[in-house]
Design a protein around this ligand. Structure first.
Ligand code: 5AD
Ligand code: SF4
Length: 452
């Protein structure tokens, strides 16, 4: 749940909204923008569905499991709707875009289906339901998302996500994203800089630039602009300490941009660049546009230019036709490249994608076993790599009080490690140096060396 940092309307007895988000960072940012708009419109954000006049789910379609979760949440609201028929139930985002009015058929108690490019019109759509009744469908793909951001409305003052490119033109064979998020549209450097300046003036120290395929940033904008140009401009903004960007596509990540980044001191050494598979045959069927060897060389080049670069990857196991030998090539890639961390997913066929036409012929037990094997391997690698940091000092941006160990602070290193240490509450939002004493595969533990 996201709360306003500087709430002005919250004690007004007006309308209440419960909002839950599934899926990626892009979705979390859309949630933030939507809630900013609703708050401006007088809505109060509440923590439970029982207190809410409006219940909204911002959904994800990337795997079947993500959709099943939302349908089960929606199903659970049937009785609440019978008791309080005036409550508005809405489905937003990727699943709304993909399933459209089929959602009303399956869940007749849903009032609103609002796609990925329409959430800027949420207040008006909710008003329409209040005056004209249920089953409002808003999934126009040609809308341009244009939300004037309420910069004070963020989960944390020191960090912010900023979208720089929406949509994806790549059409990887397994992926539903281009269908639900539409074609690529880049924002101008001026527009992004203005937003980041405004965030800085409200205390933001770290921005994470978002895009489904961040490396094609600039395509379609006048003047041959690329990600390197944007990062160079943002790197020059006073008051901004850290810049991150996700997600990178190996085929579109140019060496030119890597060289540019190596000279930008505010750009963090963390690169999330999904390989998806280590097998050339599978990569070809996935339509990824590169070979395993190309990927390996790209990572090696990146590490030559930026030795401290932490590289993270995603892998899909059990793609149609993945043999044991194909899978072993993925294992070898993971062993050789020693990623910082990896997200591993079991292949999930998505209707409407090219891969869904292929037989989903890897049995679920095999997918599960491959998934577990890769996760276990990555865990060992992460632990070994993290152990190398014992006795070293790392810089952390303090994010807040640790969730797992009470009275301790937690933050993130430039390489995106979670770091937990004892410190004072007033350090939250500051950059501090932490000397690492203990590690697990996921977390570093230490003591303050100095506050910078
Ligand atoms: N099945 C399983 N995983 C998928 N991903 C995308 N589409 C699918 C799918 N159909 C994974 C990819 C991507 C991450 C966000 O989700 O690894 O990088
Ligand atoms: Fe899920 Fe993809 Fe939509 Fe993000 S863009 S919410 S990962 S389907």
């Amino acid at each position: 749940m996201i709360y306003p940092i500087d709430s002005t309307n919250n004690d007004r007895q007006y309308k209440t909204v419960f909002f839950e988000t599934f899926g990626c960072q892009m979705n979390k940012l859309d949630a933030e923008l939507s809630l900013g708009l609703l708050q401006e419109d007088g809505y109060k954000i509440v923590d439970t569905v029982d207190e809410a006049d409006v219940i909204l789910f911002n959904t994800c379609s990337v795997r079947q499991h993500a959709e099943d979760k939302v349908y089960s949440h929606l199903g659970a609201l049937k009785t609440l709707k019978q008791k309080r028929p005036e409550v508005i139930v809405g489905v937003l985002g990727c699943m709304a875009q993909k399933d459209g009015k089929a959602i009303f058929k399956r869940m007749p108690h849903v009032d609103l289906v609002c796609g990925t490019r329409m959430f800027s019109r949420l207040p008006e759509l909710l008003l329409k339901i209040q005056s004209h009744g249920s089953h409002v469908l808003a999934i126009d793909e040609n809308q341009i998302v244009n939300v004037k951001r309420a910069v004070t409305f963020r989960p944390n003052v020191y960090q912010a996500f900023v979208t720089i490119i929406r949509g994806c033109d790549n059409f990887c064979s397994y992926c539903i994203v281009p269908r639900v998020r539409g074609r690529e549209i880049s924002r101008t450097i001026e527009d992004i800089t203005e937003e980041v300046q405004s965030l800085i003036s409200h205390g933001c120290k770290e921005v994470t630039l978002l895009g489904q395929n961040i490396n094609t940033y600039g395509k379609g904008l006048p003047g041959n602009i690329n990600l390197g140009n944007l990062l160079s401009v943002l790197n020059g903004l006073d008051g901004l300490e850290r810049i991150r960007f996700v997600t990178s596509h190996p085929a579109d990540m140019s060496r030119d941009v890597i060289r540019t980044i190596s000279n930008l001191e505010r750009v963090c050494e963390y690169l999330h660049i999904p390989a998806q598979s280590g097998s050339d045959k599978i990569l070809k069927d996935m339509r990824r546009g590169y070979t395993a060897n190309y990927y390996r060389e790209l990572i090696n080049y990146t590490r030559e230019c930026i030795p401290r670069m932490a590289v993270a990857s995603d892998f899909i196991v059990g793609f149609p036709g993945e043999t044991e030998e194909d899978f072993q090539e993925t294992v070898r890639m993971m062993e050789d490249l020693r990623f910082h961390n990896c997200f591993v997913f079991k292949y999930s066929p998505r209707t409407g994608t090219k891969a869904a036409e292929l037989e989903d012929n890897v049995p679920d037990e095999v997918k599960k076993a491959r998934n577990a094997q890769l996760l276990a391997l990555q865990k060992t690698i992460s632990l070994e790599e993290n152990r190398k940091l014992i006795g070293k000092t790392v810089q952390a941006l303090v994010e807040g009080v640790s969730k797992s160990v009470a009275q301790r602070l937690s933050g993130r290193t430039r390489q995106n490690h979670i770091v937990v240490f004892t410190g004072r509450q007033e350090m939250v939002g500051q950059l501090v140096d932490v000397m690492i004493q203990e590690v697990t595969d996921l977390t570093l533990y230490g003591t303050i060396a100095s506050a910078t």
